[in-house]
Design a protein around this ligand. Sequence first.
Ligand code: GAP
Length: 429
Amino acid sequence: MVSMDELVSLCKRRGFIFQGSDIYGGLNGFWDYGPVGVELKRRIKDAWWKFMVLERENVVGVDTAIIAHPRTWVASGHVESFSDPMVDCKRCKKRFRADELEGKNCPECGGELTEARQFNLMFETHVGPVKDEASIAYLRPETCQSIFTQFKNVLNVSRQKLPFGIAQIGKAFRNEINPRNFIFRTREFEQMEMEFFVRPEEDKKWFEYWLEERLNWFEEIGIAKGKTRIRYHEQHELAHYAKMCADIEFEMPFGWAELEGIAHRSDYDLSQHAKFSGKDLSYFDSEKNEHVIPFVIETSVGVDRTLLALLVDAYHEEEVRGEKRVVLKLKPSMAPFQAAVFPLSSKLAEPAAKLEMDLRKKFITDYDDVGSIGKRYRRHDEIGTPFCITYDFDSESDHKVTVRERDTMLQERIEIDRAKDYLTEKFNK
Ligand code: GAP
C-alpha cells in the first residue's frame, strides 16, 4: 500500500493538495486544493449529488449559511457536549486528546500529563462590530443543523411526503486538538450530508436501506465493496444525538478509518429546535390525520476523506521496461481530466491546441506541451488521466492522432474528426 509520505509528495508535486498558508510555514489542520485536486473534488461532489439528489424524487437539496443563529448550537447540544477530553504535557507543553493516548505519560517526551478537561471543538467568531458575549457565533461543526431548522420551509415548498430527504454539501469547521494524517482529520473540511425524515415506526428499515445505498455509492465511484467495511458503534461511543450509528470504514495507510457515518438521530434535532425556537416542527400526515415528529436517518460523509480513500485505492506502482511507473487507476469518470492532448513538437502546437479546444466543449481536458512525450505520459499517469492524445507530424497528412490508454498503455490511431465520438463511446461504457 502507498505510504502517506508518498501520497503527500505526489499531491504536492502534481497539484492536488498543498499545505495551507504554505509560504508562511503552513497552518496546522488547513489544506488548499490545487488545479488537479479541485477537479477531483468536484467529481466526488457531483457524483454524490447525482446519486443522492438528482436521481431520486424524494430527496431535495439546499445550500445554507455557514454561520447560523447561535441558539441553533445550544439547541443541538453542541455548546454543551461537542467536546473532546484534552490533556497537556507539563514538561514539553504539547496537547493531546486524552481518549487517543495509550499510557499515562506524554507520548513525545515521557513527561507528566495534566488532568483531562473538556475542550469544545467549535470555532467562535463575532457577528457585527461589537465583540461581546452577545455577538458570539460559531462556524458550523456539521452542515446538517440548518437542514433541521429549515425543515418546515423546505417541506412547504417541495410538497414532499414522508419519507423524504434533504441534502447539502458544504464546509464544516472543528478546532480539532490534534489534526493529523494529511486531509483525514483537519480543522476545515467539507461534508456531504443527507437527513432522511421517516415515520418513527419505519426507522430500522430506512437505516438498513441507507447503509446499503451508501456502500453502493462508494462502489459506483470506484471503491469496491470488499474494500469497505461496516462498524456499528457501541452504546458508549454514540454521539449525543444518536440512537444508533454505523461507520463505513476504509483501510488507509495508517489503519482502518471512518469515511462516513450513518446515524439514527431519532426526533432529537427537530424536537430540540421546536423547543428552543417555540415553532411547530411537526409533520401533518394527512392519510393518518395526525401530527408526527419524524425520525431522522442521516448519512454524513467527508469529501476530503473520500478523496483520500480514492487516492489510496487508485495508487499503483508498476515496472515498465525497468522503470517505475506510478499510475492512479481512478475510474475514468472520476479522473480530474478525462483526456490530455500533446503536440509532438512545438511546431504542431496550433492544430493540437485547436483539437484540444474542440474537445473542451464536451470533455474536461488538459493541454500539455512541456517535456518529452514520455514525461508527459508519466505526468498524466500520476494524475489518472485515462486518455492521452498525441498530435504528430503524420497527423498533418493522415488526419489521425494516437490515443494511448492509461491502464493498458495500448495505443490506437484514430481519425481526428472521430476524437469526440471515440471519447464519448469510451466514457459511456
Ligand atoms: N452530522 C453528523 C456528523 O457530522 P461526524 O461523524 O462527526 O458526524 C461525519 O462527521 C463525517 O465528516 C465523518 O465521517 C468524516 O468523513 C467527516 N469529518 C468529520 N470530522 C472531520 C475532520 N476533522 N476532518 C475531515 N473530515 C471530517
